[in-house]
Each structure stands twice: as C-alpha cells, then as structure tokens.
Design a protein around this ligand. Sequence first.
Ligand code: S3P
Length: 173
Amino acid sequence: MKQNLILIGFMGSGKSTVGRELAKVLEMNFVDTDHYIENKEKMKIKEIFSLKGEKYFREIEAKYVKEISKMNNTVISTGGGVVASDTNIMLLKKSGFVIYLDCTVECIYKRVSRRNTRPLLNDVEDLHSRIVELLNERIDNYKKYMDDKVYIDSKTNIWDTVDKIKKMYIKFD
Ligand code: S3P
C-alpha cells in the first residue's frame, strides 16, 4: 500500500496545480482538501466563509481532513491553513510524506492578486502586509511538520517542481 504524498504551503504556492500533475506522473489518486470540502458541503469556500464564518470552516476542515487522512495512495493538496491545527497536520503526516512548497512572498503576492477566491486575503487594505503577517503565523508549523521542501519563486518551472517532489517521494516510499 502506497503512502500518501501531502503538499502543504501558503495560499498561492501552487499546491493544487503541482499536486494534480504529481498524481498523474506517480499514478496515484488526487484529493484537494478545499475541493473535497466544496463537494461535501455543496458550497464554494468563499460562500462558506461569508455565510457561516471562519470558525465553521475550520470545524468542517478538521472533519474532512480526518476522512482524507484515512485514504492511501493519494496525493493530497491541502488548504494553506490546514497546518494552523496541529491535530490536522499530525493526522495527515501519519498517513504519508509531507512536502512544504516554500514560495517567496513576491510570488505568492503575484499569484493571489489575480483572484478573489480567498476570503482571508479579500478586502484587506495592504495585501502584501497581510500575506507576511499570516505567513509569519504559520511558517513554524510548515517547517515543523514537513519531511522535505521545495523552493519556489516566480521563475520556477512547474515541471521542475513536479520532478523534484516525485524524486523525493520515490526515495521516501
Ligand atoms: C486558507 C487557504 C485556502 C482555503 C481557505 C483558507 C488559509 O486554500 O482553504 O480560503 O487559511 O490559508 P489555498 O491554500 O488552496 O488557497
């Protein structure tokens, strides 16, 4: 039975895109925690936050992470805030190999500015400062729970990232 491959990192670091491609090249299943939540709740993440609030989102995120961590042979792309709960990330870590997508603030800023689907970054006065603030809150946990990491900036090619992680995972499994 193959161990899971779990991708953690800040919003906009590319977890979903990289995860989907990794699942193809490694011939594994793919689950994105946010999409899983949206399917189960039949609502977009943005709507869950606006209609029910962040506290409710974190509760269901924990519930579905518990379900997802029971899977195997799966590449799991996580929401950026999954690591804020030690219980969530410990459950995921027990199920496999955790890679941190260590993306520069500049790169995160560029990518998240293009979309308005992330409630925690919408309607903020200074997006750059907000990213730095949230990243500072989470960085210790990203580093504490990762088994390995890949560095990403605006020039990084997605295929290089996929290839690097694939090699790390094969060595681990
Ligand atoms: C969040 C990240 C989002 C999503 C939600 C909260 C966070 O996922 O789970 O908006 O707290 O960092 P992505 O990292 O896929 O954008």
